[in-house]
Design a protein around this ligand. Structure first.
Ligand code: BTN
Length: 334
């Protein structure tokens, strides 16, 4: 406890705080202050000590702890009010689903430094090396029937783009239906899982899982993934603070949850249309169940976030996210 309080005091002070002042404000002995400072240093905090001046927080570690995220998180209505930060877990989505069963509230967020069995769509695995990405799952409890549930994964794609833009000054694009991309490569994966009540078919909860590649170098990815994936470090050529980006992401998801509850998604659809890198381009439509690939021109995103394409014979059709995967003519997006 004293560690947390000392960290908060040091964070709120631009310059040095004397050991005497720290012990006075917290009602602790000087020895207890020193012990807490040592323990913070072991956690990776750089705390400068100067004779006659006291202590100063010089740098904080790049970790996804509650203290690091909260110190950067503004007020939110639902998302991130309950935060569960783990060192390691099989999958943050699994953990969030367990919390859902135990009655955790709307907006509960689970973050982990690493996942041992991170999951992607179509039963693929999601590589989750320790300390390099943001592995986040948010539990939502939308008050709608499953048929009326908007495409939360697509909205989350927009939330990721907005958070990255705020923190890095560069806005990723979205490869339909929901992959944030930079330089034509995948920056983030999103997996949404819903749980329904067996008897009534009522929507009980939804877990939105987001994995953002932040500090990975090429070697962090397996050779196959390396072909299509990138990280912010690779794309921007500089490291990005994971706790800062995690906080921005929680704020954007909070905004998304508010609009989802209010049933007003007009802004999200407009942003999606602006971000979608496929629009106006030729795409290959690859059916999930196998079968012939089709080439078409992506012309619009409709009100349900389906992709509207024009076929070579001039016919226009809509494709939904569960039906096909989309590639560019030559590569992942182009
Ligand atoms: C995909 O691109 O196929 C989706 C990948 C989703 C990965 C995230 S990481 C956090 C959450 N926990 C998981 O096991 N998966 C999601």
């Amino acid at each position: 406890m004293s560690r947390k309080q000392i960290l908060e005091l040091l964070r709120s002070e631009e310059g040095f705080l004397s050991g005497q002042e720290l012990s006075r404000r917290l009602g602790l002995s000087r020895a207890a202050v020193w012990k807490a400072v040592e323990s913070l240093r072991k956690e990776g905090y750089e705390i400068e000590a100067r004779t006659g001046l006291g202590y100063r927080l010089a740098a904080a570690p790049d970790v996804l702890t509650e203290a690091e995220i909260r110190s950067r998180l503004g007020p939110t209505e639902t998302v991130g009010r309950t935060l569960c930060c783990l060192e390691q877990v099989d999958s943050t989505n699994n953990f969030a689903k367990q919390l859902a069963q135990q009655g955790a509230p709307d907006g509960t967020a689970v973050l982990a430094e690493s996942q041992t069995a991170g999951r992607g769509r179509m039963d693929r695995s999601f590589q989750s090396p320790r300390g390099e990405g943001i592995y986040l799952s948010v539990l939502l409890r939308p008050q709608v029937t499953p048929e009326r549930l908007p495409p939360v994964t697509a909205l989350a794609g927009v939330a990721v783009c907005a958070a990255v833009e705020r923190v890095c000054g560069v806005r990723p694009g979205l490869k339909w239906p929901n992959d944030p991309v930079l330089n034509g490569k995948k920056l983030c994966g999103i997996l949404t899982e819903v749980s329904l009540e067996a008897e009534t078919g009522r929507l009980q909860s939804l877990v939105l899982g987001i994995g953002v590649n932040v500090l990975q170098r090429a070697e962090s990815f397996s050779p196959e993934v390396r072909e299509v994936a990138t990280s912010l470090l690779q794309a921007l050529g500089r490291p990005v603070s994971r706790p800062l980006l995690a906080a921005a992401l929680l704020e954007e998801l909070d905004r998304m949850n508010r609009d989802l509850r209010a049933g007003d998604l007009s802004e999200w659809l407009a942003a999606y249309r602006r971000d979608c890198v496929n629009l106006g381009r030729t795409v290959q439509l690859i059916p999930f169940g196998g079968g012939e690939r089709e080439t078409a021109e992506a012309v619009d995103i409709d009100g349900e976030f389906s992709l509207v394409v024009r076929l070579p014979d001039g016919g226009v059709k809509k494709v939904r996210s569960g039906e096909v995967s989309v590639r560019g003519l030559y590569g992942y997006t182009e």
